[in-house]
Design a protein around this ligand. Structure first.
Ligand code: UDP
Length: 375
């Protein structure tokens, strides 16, 4: 059988593309290296709890298009992400908002909080390049947004653990993901829509791929020529540097390792996400999965046990799972070189976090796949 499309990777990008192609009357074959679908949004049910096996995923978007699309494949609950930071036993609300500022400094009004931040910014002006400086890196951006103390307690340790690089060598856009609010509002995302798919992400992707041929445990790059002959167009969602045999050098990624525990108790931390923002604690955060679904199973009953995951961040090496592209200047330049090679591959579409080497959120992945599948 010859297909219109061969989709390499059954993660979110691949699933959306395949679903749209099928809906447009095209024939599609999806192949996937792992022995399961859904890529890094894969969830697995344990004791009635949908465990996010490759890290917590909270769907959030401002896009009506992305929200309407994803809701065709699952109903969403109204979970709102409100992580808490634990700095050496001091607990702070995230994202940075009036609750955090009050906990940190005792201030009670937005004016007082803004004055405190401005005072810190003024103190750092000389160091950062004088009046009118434009933040050049994550440290400068963070101090300008929330002041030196919050940077030291809630940002520096966490960020350096997550990225394995000093904050003054990281791009400022990473921290711009986080809202700063002069309101008493602990909602982590500035998003019109937010929630967790009821029943888990795996079921959602399963419904996207309904009626589409999927082959699991298949290594595309090891048998590239054979698979390339099967279709007119290839949609490749693996790492772009791996596609080209790392011929220009390897791009850097961050990997994550999870220490998962099933505990014989109903409540470990009573919040889905607690970040450990000091630099000594070896993990970045502890996820308690049941709270993404309010501690209830699919029949609305309280779950007597709980599953937690401690998240450890590490530099990616061959054989590890790549999670986050390291979008610093050096890697960005190298990616541009790979991108030039990719443009010459006429019948290949490169997509997703790994194929485009971008720190995408799920909604951005969906929008990009929808756009590409229209062409
Ligand atoms: N961040 C931080 N302190 C926190 C949480 C986040 O400094 O307690 C910063 C950090 O630089 C991190 C970025 O915000 O790299 C994005 O973090 P988040 O956990 O939201 O990213 P995710 O891993 O969920 O994509």
């Amino acid at each position: 059988m010859h297909y219109d499309y061969l989709v390499v990777g059954a993660g979110l990008y691949g699933a959306v593309f395949a679903e749209r192609a099928k809906a447009a009357g095209k024939t599609v074959l999806v192949i996937e290296k792992r022995n399961h679908i859904a890529g890094n949004i894969y969830t697995e049910r344990t004791e009635g709890i949908n465990v996010h096996k490759y890290g917590a995923h909270i769907f959030h978007t401002n896009s009506d298009v992305a929200w309407e699309y994803i809701n065709r494949f699952a109903a969403f609950n109204d979970y709102i992400n409100s992580p808490i930071a634990n700095y050496k036993g001091e607990m702070y609300n995230l994202p940075f908002n009036m609750n955090t500022f009050h906990q940190m400094w005792g201030v009670t009004t937005p004016e007082e909080a803004k004055a405190k931040i401005e005072e810190d910014r003024q103190k750092s002006i000389e160091e950062f390049g004088g009046e009118g400086f434009v933040p050049q890196n994550l440290e400068q951006q963070a101090v300008s947004l929330v002041g030196r103390e919050i940077y030291e307690k809630l940002i520096k340790g966490y960020t350096e653990k997550q990225w394995g690089r000093p904050c003054n060598e990281l791009p400022s856009f990473i921290i711009k993901r986080l809202p700063v609010r002069f309101e008493y509002d602990n909602n982590y995302f500035n998003a019109k829509y937010q929630g967790i798919p009821i029943g888990g992400y795996t079921g959602l992707v399963e419904r996207m791929l309904e009626g589409i041929e999927v082959r699991l445990g298949v290594d595309y790059l090891a048998n590239k020529n054979t698979y390339d002959e099967l279709a007119d167009t290839i949609v490749y969602t693996g790492p772009i540097d791996a596609y080209f045999g790392y011929r220009l050098g390897a791009l850097q990624y961050r990997s994550v390792r999870f220490e998962e525990e099933l505990l014989d108790e109903a409540d470990y931390q009573h919040n889905a996400v607690i970040n450990y923002t000091d630099s000594e604690t070896p993990y970045t955060r502890i996820i308690e999965h049941k709270w993404f679904e309010f501690g209830k199973d699919e029949n609305g009953r309280n779950i007597p046990k709980t599953v937690i995951s401690k998240e450890y961040s590490s530099e990616w090496k061959v054989g590890d799972e790549p999670y986050y592209p390291v979008n610093d200047e050096r890697n960005q330049k190298l990616y541009q070189e790979y991108h030039k090679l990719a443009e010459k591959e006429n019948r290949v579409i490169f997509g997703g976090r790994l194929g485009e080497y971008k720190y995408y959120d799920m909604d951005q992945v969906i929008l990009k796949a929808l756009e590409e599948s229209l062409d």
